[in-house]
Design a binder for this molecule. Structure first.
Ligand SMILES: [Zn+2]
Length: 330
């Protein structure tokens, strides 16, 4: 068998960074993401990689007029006002041509045009499910708007990624009701446990998470498929987040790579699921270095696939395999 290699990408452009303190310094990366996405797709096509692009609903529109018409009626009332994208609508330009930070329709078409790629949802508004001020009614209204946005492209969105890794089990029944088949949960170690922004980003946890990218602190986070269960939506937890190249830690790049290649080897050897997560905007700077790094991961996987039969699957395809496992031939 050889295990499953799952890749999901949080596709959000500027809608994922509204609350960051150094927001302005991120904008070149976000603009860079628009160039990086076609290159990531080329690599996926070259290595025959299937992936899920969890896309923020705001990106599905071509003009501001269309976007405004599609906004959900009920909205979260975050205590931290900066999290609400509805307070930023005045800065949104007229259309994708004039404002590449807030619109993504042409990129969605590019993704759809690449074999094996699934469009999933990252909620309509980058809805942060563990922050103070969220509630069931506005969450349902948000997801309904996200699904309608997908329908504009003839898509039925079935795979869900919680923004800011704020996995909230209380919302799963709503997702099931709305036809979502899989969600991406968090890696198991306490340093990755779902929490509000403030509790997730303590200095101690941040240092440990950074260290874990280079040194094996939390194991390989490979999941045997029996652990994942059959409750819909099925949780396909994250194994590792692909961090961008950091110049000052450049000398540690071989360790960062080895950490992920070792994870893949462990998944292939144990017939487990390995779920790697990417932020396209992390390829927006040092693009060639980051793309080369990804290429090395994908090349390693290609070898494993040849040797062990390991598969590259989207979240939807993984669901299909779990619900209808192939019968073994006696
Ligand atoms: Zn996000």
């Amino acid at each position: 068998m050889g295990g499953i290699f799952l890749i999901s990408l949080d596709f959000e452009l500027a809608w994922g960074i509204l609350d960051l303190p150094g927001k302005k310094t991120y904008l070149p990366r976000v603009i860079g993401a628009r160039k990086a996405i076609p290159k990531i797709l080329d690599l996926f096509a070259h290595h025959d990689i299937h992936a899920t692009w969890a896309t923020v609903g705001f990106l599905f529109f071509e003009t501001k007029e269309e976007l405004l018409e599609a906004l959900p009626g009920e909205r979260p009332r975050y205590k931290e006002k900066k999290l609400s994208p509805y307070d930023y609508l005045h800065v949104v330009g007229r259309d994708e041509k004039s404002d590449g930070l807030h619109f993504g329709a042409s990129l969605i078409e590019k993704i759809m045009g690449t074999p094996g790629q699934e469009i999933g949802t990252h909620t309509f508004s980058h809805y942060c499910c563990l922050e103070e001020g969220v509630d069931m009614v506005s969450f349902e209204s948000d997801v309904a708007a996200a699904l309608r946005a997908g329908e504009r492209f003839g898509l039925q969105l079935e795979s869900f990624v919680f923004p800011k890794n704020q996995y909230n089990p209380a919302f799963l029944p709503i997702l099931r009701e709305m036809g979502i088949k899989t969600v991406r949960g968090n890696a198991q170690s306490w340093i990755y446990a779902p929490a509000s922004k403030m509790q997730y980003n303590t200095t101690g946890k941040r240092i440990l998470r950074l260290t874990d990218a280079y040194v094996n602190l939390t194991g390989h986070n490979v999941y045997p498929s029996q652990v994942l269960g059959k409750d819909i939506p099925i949780n396909l937890p994250r194994s590792r987040f692909l961090r961008p190249y950091i110049k000052s830690l450049g000398f540690l790049e071989p360790r960062r790579l080895k950490r992920i290649l070792d994870d893949l080897d462990a998944a292939a050897a144990s017939d487990g699921l390995y779920h790697l997560c990417l932020h396209p905007h992390n390829f927006g700077e040092d693009m060639d270095t980051n793309l080369r790094f990804l290429n090395r991961i994908l090349s390693h996987f290609s070898n494993l696939r040849k040797r062990t039969g390991m598969k590259s699957l989207s979240m939807r395809e993984t669901y299909g395999l779990m619900v209808n496992p192939p019968r073994s031939i006696d």
